[in-house]
Design a protein around this ligand. Structure first.
Ligand code: VGL
Ligand code: ZN
Length: 236
């Protein structure tokens, strides 16, 4: 007979760094988020921790992407202001209204590059998303359509195959790609932590709605001093 072992809760944390790219940062980004560059030292601190899985994501669009205001006709083609109703290309009855943006993170351009000061050498996977010109894809997991999903990045498979239990998220932008990635991480069954001080929003006024959504779906918003970070420091 085997000896009784104390019950243990499995814990395998992954760090997901969302869209820390030139176009989301001053001084040259086309969709620069205020203070976007300032979170890199903190993210590098996170990258130095013993997360067994570390991933960076990239927003990665073709020039004719549906989210670019420049690809729409006036008068509804003003970046940051206009919106557009996207139909699911596989099911016309499913529609989502989405904001239009300046051209950003175009494949092959400097704007799509990760910041050079980000310690990318610590990352095992770079996941690219948003290549399908027909759909917006804020989440690093998949586009927002559900009946059916149009485009998946492969991130869920990487995390599940690695046996990850907990996903820790930092990066840009707090109110778009970080938010949708965190909500989808919960949907994939992961305990999900967003390190607030390692994110910056496009619109600070929108953050109260983001926090409400986190509360609703069960994303935990934490600081660097939280127990959940301490637990990663002790991971071996
Ligand atoms: C993002 C707007 C458009 C983001 C991506 O990474 O938060 N925001 N595309
Ligand atoms: Zn984008």
């Amino acid at each position: 007979m085997s000896e009784a072992t104390p019950p243990t809760t499995p814990f395998k944390p992954a760090l997901v760094i969302v869209d820390v790219q030139e176009d989301f940062c001053p001084p040259t980004g086309s969709l620069a988020v205020a203070g976007g560059r300032d979170i890199v030292p903190l993210i590098n601190e996170l990258l130095a921790l013993p997360f067994p899985v570390k991933i960076a994501t990239k927003d990665f669009h073709p020039q004719d992407h549906v989210s670019f205001a420049s690809n729409h006709k006036p008068p509804n083609n003003k970046p940051f202001t206009s919106s557009f109703v996207i139909q699911n290309p596989l099911n016309k009855t499913e529609t989502i209204e989405t904001e239009l943006w300046p051209d950003h993170c175009v494949i092959g351009t400097k704007g799509a590059e990760l910041l050079p000061e980000l310690d990318v050498s610590k990352v095992q996977h770079i996941v690219e998303k948003g290549q399908d010109k027909r759909v917006e894809m804020y989440s690093a997991f998949a586009d927002p359509f559900r009946n059916p999903t149009v485009s998946k990045s492969g991130l869920a498979k990487i995390l599940h195959d690695a046996g990850v239990t907990d996903v820790y998220i930092a990066g840009l932008a707090a109110d778009y790609c970080v938010k949708f990635t965190a909500v989808d991480a919960v949907g994939e069954g992961f305990k999900t932590w967003v390190i607030e001080e390692a994110t910056k929003p496009v619109d600070p006024a929108a953050m109260k709605w983001v926090w409400q959504e986190y509360e609703r779906v069960g994303v935990d918003l934490i600081g660097m001093d939280h127990n959940a970070i301490q637990k990663v420091k002790e991971y071996s």
